[in-house]
Design a protein around this ligand. Structure first.
Ligand SMILES: NC(=O)c1ccc[n+]([C@@H]2O[C@H](COP(=O)([O-])OP(=O)(O)OC[C@H]3O[C@@H](n4cnc5c(N)ncnc54)[C@H](O)[C@@H]3O)[C@@H](O)[C@H]2O)c1
Length: 224
């Protein structure tokens, strides 16, 4: 039976991925700051991540979904702390988890890593420069790591969702939401189960000739 770690598994896209993977008989362990997680871990804290992964043991699948929006303001108003926090969670968190699980996957000769990037990392959203830059970092990490592991049986891919209806967007202003929806040719928000379907394929045996790729799930918004 396969074993997976899902970070951010207590909410939104991570939660939808947890359900989908469990429905397939996969043992899923969640790492999250939110109550109810199997391991209460701040993904930006590498020591806590290493400790949790050592306790969990080798896994076949890693889904990096933990993330934060960060400051919603023009770049010149962002504080050092806001910028660093956004990168610590969104970019360093992915690095910490990948580094911790890869030795176990290499021993097995098989692994699937799926990183939640964002359309913001490809296009940049105004007033979300820290978020957009941190998601561009996730895309760059995924491309490098995919190549590093290409001959090991471990595939590393990212997804770039446009706006999806999850708690992350609950605090967005109506103006921001309608701006984001106006960019989507399908004219609607995405749903978490639609994202989980793509992630579950990327985490499966059936995904076998893709690595270092960024999969669009944006209702037609992405132009590349
Ligand atoms: N919802 C969207 O529109 C959208 C679009 C593109 C990309 N994404 C990305 O998808 C991922 C999931 O987003 P979501 O909509 O499910 O968000 P969400 O806010 O619903 O869930 C995020 C989860 O991550 C956890 N988390 C936050 N900081 C953490 C930390 N430091 N350590 C451990 N856990 C932490 C939260 O507790 C929460 O359970 C994020 O990386 C997000 O950037 C979301």
């Amino acid at each position: 039976m396969k074993k997976a770690i899902v970070t951010g598994g207590q909410s939104g896209l991570g939660e939808a991925c947890v359900s989908r993977l469990r429905d397939q008989g996969i043992t899923v362990v969640t790492l999250d700051l939110a109550p109810g997680a199997d391991y209460t871990v701040d993904v930006s804290d590498s020591a806590s991540v290493n400790e949790a992964v050592a306790a969990i043991g080798p896994v076949d699948i890693l889904i990096n979904s933990a993330g934060i929006v960060g400051p919603n303001k023009p770049l010149w108003e962002i504080t050092d702390a806001e910028w660093q926090k956004t990168f610590s969670v969104n970019a360093n968190g992915v690095f910490n988890l990948c580094r911790a699980v890869i030795p176990g996957m290499k021993d097995k000769g098989w692994g699937r890593i799926v990183n939640m990037a964002s359309i913001a990392g490809k296009e940049g959203n105004p007033n979300l420069s820290a978020y957009s830059a941190s998601k561009a970092a996730v895309i760059g990490l995924t491309k490098s790591l995919g190549k590093e592991l290409a001959e090991t049986g471990i595939l590393v891919n990212a997804i770039a969702p446009a706006v999806i209806e999850t708690p992350m967007n609950a605090s967005n202003t109506p103006e921001m939401l309608s701006y984001m929806i106006s960019k989507i040719p399908m004219g609607r928000l995405g749903q978490a189960h639609e994202v989980a379907a793509l992630v579950s394929w990327l985490a499966s045996e059936e995904c076998s000739f893709s690595t270092g790729a960024v999969y669009d799930i944006s209702g037609g918004r992405a132009t590349y």
